[in-house]
Design a protein around this ligand. Sequence first.
Ligand SMILES: *[C@@H]1O[C@H](CO)[C@@H](O)[C@H](O)[C@H]1NC(C)=O
Length: 243
Amino acid sequence: MARIRVKAGDIHILISSVCVSITMANRMIYFTLGLFLLICCYSDRVMAGDPDPLQDFCVADEESNVLVNAFVCKDPMQVSANDFFFRGLGQAGNTDNDVGSNVTMANVKQIPGLNTFGISLVRIDYAVGGINPPHTHPRATEVLVLLEGQLLVGFIDTSNKFFSKALEKGDVFVFPKALVHFQQNVGHENAVAIAGLSSQFPGVQTIANSLFAANPPLPDSVLSKAFRITQELENYIQKKLAY
Ligand SMILES: *[C@@H]1O[C@H](CO)[C@@H](O)[C@H](O)[C@H]1NC(C)=O
């Protein structure tokens, strides 16, 4: 299928200007064509993750001062196997913290060779009862495989429908791009999972922290009104989440 990258607005203008100057009979044909173009355009968008690379590789040059979308490419002559390598997911993260979980990342920051490839990994360790609290990845779909233990996982869609599953060792679960999701260790031993993400740098926003531990803090009136809670309760939550 031909992929023409046009903004939705461009197509709309095209369809409207074409439609004005044509006969009734032709209108149906142009309308169908327009609809087809729109569907192509949108299905392309739906499939799109990070942009595709235009060369074999573009290892991130973190020394460069040039700011572009993603990272500037390191001189290919200076690239070595180490740029594509990371020894770090074999070690458990320390879960001795308030939430009882620890995410070890393997994205473009740890592996410069991931630049422009639209893919990355994380290892997540969970103490008994530990939670990877509700959060979103603005740029990535996530597919998680449970290696050890038992997890309760779930996500919430944009109509607030909750999708949840209890995972056993070897089970896989998908968290759709940008939707709020979590995992909790509901077993009697430590749990560990590996997840792949459809972005070289997925980003993460943990909902409670974004709202109650923002810097500078959100105005009291915003949070107490939004959550229908008293100012005292709001201050209590803010203190709990402050680092
Ligand atoms: C996660 O584990 C690493 C390695 O043990 C540790 O340095 C880091 O502080 C831990 N992070 C949290 C949030 O506990």
